[in-house]
Design a protein around this ligand. Structure first.
Ligand SMILES: [Zn+2]
Length: 317
């Protein structure tokens, strides 16, 4: 799987563990600041990529993660930032963006669907419809777009992420709701599986699973797990991270040969965690938002940074 992570409240020990076990870690900005109108939209997206010389003083929403194998990006609120955003990703060595919802290019939308888009590069101008934010009209050769194919929720409305998908009877505690979540995911998967077989993504924030707690239910979690078990039972379906999908796009072997494709073989990993003794750093002062009283940051290395690491001081000096 691919985890698009942001920095505030991130648990770096868990992130490290997910990565060690074979999941991909990708970037979902440092702040995930909840202000689309004044922060993300105005095109101040030099924020995204200004590295300058050294760290000090740079506001840099993308480049907070030192890991060399960070390849992918998702814009907060899917607010695609036009050429500026793609330029920043390009300049910072990212290989793909996964922020751009596709509605017209799905296998279900409209009288005569245009067909679900496969991931593609910006070597040519994209035909993809632009439903959120500003979409690029410059070329970025070799830069991949992994389109977020809109799902069709149980009302018949489009949604790019599960958090936005609604419908009758998925937010309750009875078995019916779990069944409805499962059927909703399966139906959407089948739009691709029974048609052009474009890679099918299920995207969600963690909060979608937390709704179960509010609803005193297990419908979302169990319906989702049932869906994973169902697709895993199909002999020609692979559950993979986005970076592996793109490796396959570069070398699209037929399904009978996929077992030997490097992108589809499970990597071996050390059974011992390489972060056996994480520490939790506590910060009450100097926090980036006056509304924050305390921030905990769990991480693998020692010692805790003196200050909470943030834009302009990513080492927390
Ligand atoms: Zn988000």
């Amino acid at each position: 799987m691919t985890f698009f992570v942001s920095h505030l409240y991130n648990d770096y020990a868990k992130m490290n563990e997910l990565h060690r076990l074979g999941s991909e870690i990708a970037v979902h900005s440092v702040t995930h600041k909840a202000d689309v109108e004044h922060y993300w939209r105005p095109g101040e997206l030099h924020r995204l990529g200004e590295r300058g010389s050294g760290h000090e003083g740079d506001a840099d929403e993308v480049w907070f993660y030192p890991e060399k194998d960070i390849k992918g990006f998702r814009a907060p609120f899917l607010e695609v930032g036009g050429n500026d955003m793609y330029q920043a990703l390009y300049d910072n060595g990212f290989s793909y963006d996964c922020s751009w919802p596709a509605l017209q290019y799905t296998n279900w939308y409209g009288e005569e669907p245009l067909g679900a888009l496969f991931p593609y590069t910006l070597d040519y101008l994209s035909p993809q419809d632009c439903t959120v934010g500003r979409c690029p009209d410059a070329l970025f050769p070799g830069m991949w777009v992994a389109p977020m194919l809109d799902l069709k929720d149980n009302r018949g409305e489009a949604c790019a992420m599960l958090d936005a998908c609604q419908g009758n009877e998925t937010d309750c505690a009875d078995q019916n709701c779990e069944d409805n979540v499962f059927k909703f995911l399966k139906r959407n998967f089948e739009y691709n599986y029974n048609s052009n077989r474009a890679p099918f993504g299920v995207f969600t924030h963690h909060s979608w699973f937390l709704l179960d707690e509010i609803n005193e239910s297990t419908a979302h979690t169990n319906g989702y797990l049932r869906f994973l078990q169902y697709v895993n039972s199909l002999p020609d379906v692979y559950l993979v991270s986005m970076d592996r999908v793109l490796e396959w796009m570069k070398d699209p072997l037929p399904v009978m040969d996929l077992g030997s494709h490097p992108a589809f073989t499970c990597p071996t990993f050390d059974p011992e965690s390489d972060c056996p003794d994480p520490i939790t750093c506590e910060y009450q002062e100097g926090l980036p938002d006056p509304g924050l009283k305390e921030v905990l940051m769990t991480m693998c290395s020692r010692p805790c940074p003196k200050n909470f690491p943030w834009l302009g001081n990513i080492d927390g000096n």
